[in-house]
Design a protein around this ligand. Structure first.
Ligand code: LLP
Length: 418
């Protein structure tokens, strides 16, 4: 459940009218509900309470400092994939002992930064990487906790770009290699190989592929007498964008808790979208409408640079007017909601039924809290939008809209061209 609701035909975020937010910051902007964020985190925490897992919010889904801080303050750890995300996690005051670090291409300086901060686990994805962490740790006189990311070769039903647990993807290590590494642990004096990790994909709606992957890993550990204490089962829980029926935290826990309990291992979870997805919306205004012989277009001030999911994955996000004109007798019409960017792929929604909208009307793109702003760019030299967070009746601007100056930060013209 999220806290974006209609009252008197107007959309509210918690107790704040979305239209009032637009008085303070120009559209387009992202708007997050603090209580939805925390509530989703607690749902998972409560569902898994019998095993008290460490829940590391995957900040690639939403890395705004205030969002990360909100979850960290409520006890969450953080899943990172880059030095930049480590920097954010630190600024948000994350306890280093609650940071796990995945990714196939960690560079030496990133490894060193993470070692100096004393993160909890490196989730390692190749033997080369293991050698590199050993080298950097030795040079710094540190020891690193390692979880080996296993590619369990299961097929989750999701978009191929975000399915990571299939054998042919770049992620993780195959079982044979993992076995070999455990046998050769002595080669890594500065590494404590204490865990295994999986992350099979994202927006997965049912528990079956998770169960399968977890069972495969636990069977492998048991059969080979592998001595570890941690099992990171990744993220990937799907959410409702439209008509999906994803597993709830409770039903998911019910399916996998028995296996996890029996393993006796300490469990780590890395959800991103489950926590942030429905905690945010993207608000955009109608710039023009246009009818062609074939279609009607609603041209808005938000675009694929702001929210790339529809263009990249053909992802569906519900689009609704921020104000419903209850007196209007006009029926809804079929439109494409498109941005101002010079590509046909620049759309937020196609073939949508919307009540007739006019210039200046605002639309809310729902379920935009995960992989929304964090995947935004400056394409077409469009300043990235502002982000705001509501806590009850209070509104906080947590990122100002970029200026034209921000667009050219770091650029220079060589003297020879002047
Ligand atoms: N852990 C690891 C190692 C991951 O790679 C990811 C996401 C997560 C956890 C969190 O997954 P989640 O719980 O959010 O599904 N941009 C795509 C999603 C990419 C997911 C990448 N990895 C989208 O907009 O759908």
């Amino acid at each position: 459940m999220h806290r974006f609701t209609f009252r008197n035909n107007e959309l509210y975020c918690e107790q704040v009218r979305v239209a009032d937010v637009a008085e303070r910051i120009p559209t387009p902007f992202y708007l997050y509900s603090y209580s939805t964020l925390v509530d989703h985190y607690r749902k998972l925490k409560n569902a898994f309470s019998p095993i008290k897992p460490l829940i590391c919010f995957s900040i690639k889904s939403n890395s705004n400092l205030a969002v990360v801080r909100a979850l960290v303050k409520n006890g969450a750890g953080v899943d990172i994939v880059s030095g930049g995300e480590l920097y954010r996690a630190r600024l948000a005051g994350t306890d280093p002992k609650k940071i796990v670090y995945a990714g196939v291409g960690k560079k030496s300086h990133e490894i060193a930064e993470a070692l100096r901060y004393g993160i909890f686990f490196f989730n390692v994805e190749s033997e080369d990487e293991l050698d590199e962490i050993q080298r950097v740790a030795a040079s710094l006189g540190r020891t690193a906790n390692i979880a080996l990311r296993i590619n369990p070769d299961v097929i989750p039903k999701t978009h191929s770009y975000i399915a990571t647990g299939k054998g042919e993807t770049k992620f993780g290590l195959d079982f044979e290699t993992v076995h070999r590494i455990f046998n050769n642990r002595w080669k890594y004096p500065n590494l404590k190989i204490r865990g295994v990790h999986i992350h099979i994909g994202s927006q997965i709606l049912d528990a079956a592929p998770f169960e399968k992957a977890i069972r495969k890993v636990l069977d492998f550990i048991r059969a080979n007498g592998i001595d570890i204490d941690y099992f990171n089962i990744g993220g990937g829980l799907g959410i409702i964008y439209s008509i999906e029926h994803p597993q709830t935290a409770r039903s998911f826990a019910k399916k996998i808790l028995p296996m996890l309990k029996r393993s006796g291992l300490k469990i780590i979870l890395e959800p991103g979208r489950f926590i942030s997805g429905n905690s945010g919306i993207f608000v955009t205004s109608v710039v023009y409408t246009k009818r062609t012989p074939r279609k009607k277009f609603v041209i808005v001030d938000g675009a694929m640079n702001d929210l790339i999911r529809p263009s990249l994955y053909e992802a569906y996000h519900k689009i609704i007017p921020v104000k419903v004109d209850a007196t209007s007798s006009k029926t809804s019409e079929r439109v494409d909601v498109v941005g101002p960017i010079c590509e046909s792929g620049d759309f937020l929604g196609k073939e949508r039924f919307l009540p007739q909208v006019r210039r200046g009307d605002m639309l809310a793109v729902m379920g935009a809290g995960a992989y929304g702003f964090s995947m935004s760019s400056n394409y077409n030299s469009r300043p990235r939008s502002a982000e705001a967070m509501v806590m009850g009746k209070n509104l906080y601007i947590i990122r100002r809209r970029e200026s034209y100056k921000d667009l050219i930060r770091g650029e220079s013209i060589p003297k020879v061209l002047k």
